[in-house]
Ligand binder design. Structure first.
Ligand SMILES: Cc1ncc(COP(=O)(O)OP(=O)(O)O)c(N)n1
Ligand SMILES: Cc1nc(C(=O)O)sc1CCOP(=O)(O)O
Ligand SMILES: [Mg+2]
Length: 218
């Protein structure tokens, strides 16, 4: 880990509830930072995700996002690559089924890190991720996703069924400000969004609309 850059730590973290923003596939780093900067204060958590960049660009972009997140007090999670997360001193990593062992990531990143797990539509996978030390459990896709049209589909019942693991539950996949509320009512602690914010005509207004879905919901 880069010791010159401390993690945000628990005290600096917002709770894992609200809008979980994932970055779009944007290879122009200056443009990526500008797009994130406009909406970062609306987010509870930011995931750096770029499926079209090479390793060097992903390192450059993740490193550049870190001070922006620190300034906003929003933890930064790196998608797919927990080694990159440790190298740059990010707050955590998100791991799917092809991204290595969660237990190993937890060991490397430390007790305070955010280690997220993709559980798709699979409650057994959620149980295993919880036992391996996940910080949150992500389910999806709940709706057709413009970003990932072939994503397996999940149903809102999974959100209630996974309450027993006692971890924040994240809903992802095709979530819009109009359909988010039903997922929050079903038990989602965060809604994870790419296109609904970054492809919106007014990203700030869209991000605010997602946040509003959590107001008054328990
Ligand atoms: C919050 C969140 N949930 C799910 C995913 C998907 O992870 P994965 O299945 O590894 O797919 P890619 O994102 O790597 O294409 C995620 N990234 N974040
Ligand atoms: C990255 C990702 N994972 C999914 C899953 O179901 O695991 S759906 C998805 C894409 C989310 O983007 P959008 O908000 O544009 O639909
Ligand atoms: Mg992945």
């Amino acid at each position: 880990m880069n010791s010159r850059r401390p993690r945000a730590g628990h005290a600096a973290r917002r709770s894992l509830r609200g809008l979980y923003l994932l970055t779009p596939d944007e290879n122009d780093t200056a443009r990526l930072l500008a797009r994130v900067r406009t909406v970062i204060t609306q987010a509870a958590l930011l995931q750096y995700r770029n499926k079209v960049a090479d390793d060097a660009l992903r390192r450059e972009q993740a490193t550049a996002l870190l001070p922006l997140c620190r300034e906003a007090g929003v933890p930064l999670v790196v998608n797919d690559d927990w080694r990159l997360a440790t190298d740059i001193g990010a707050d955590g990593a998100h791991l799917g089924e092809d991204d290595g062992a969660l237990r190993e990531a937890r060991r490397a990143l430390g007790r305070d890190a955010i280690v997220g797990a993709s559980c798709y539509d699979d409650i057994a996978r959620a149980e295993a991720a919880a036992a391996a030390g996940a910080s949150y459990l992500a389910f999806g896709a709940f709706f057709p996703s413009p970003t990932k049209p072939a994503a397996r589909r999940a149903t809102p019942e999974l959100l209630a069924a996974s309450a027993r693991f006692g971890l924040p539950r994240v809903a992802i996949g095709g979530i819009t400000p109009d359909n988010a509320r039903q997922l929050v009512a079903a038990g989602a602690d965060m809604v994870a969004v790419i296109s609904g914010v970054f492809d919106a005509p007014d990203p700030v207004a869209a991000a605010r609309a997602y946040r509003a879905c959590f107001v008054g919901a328990s």
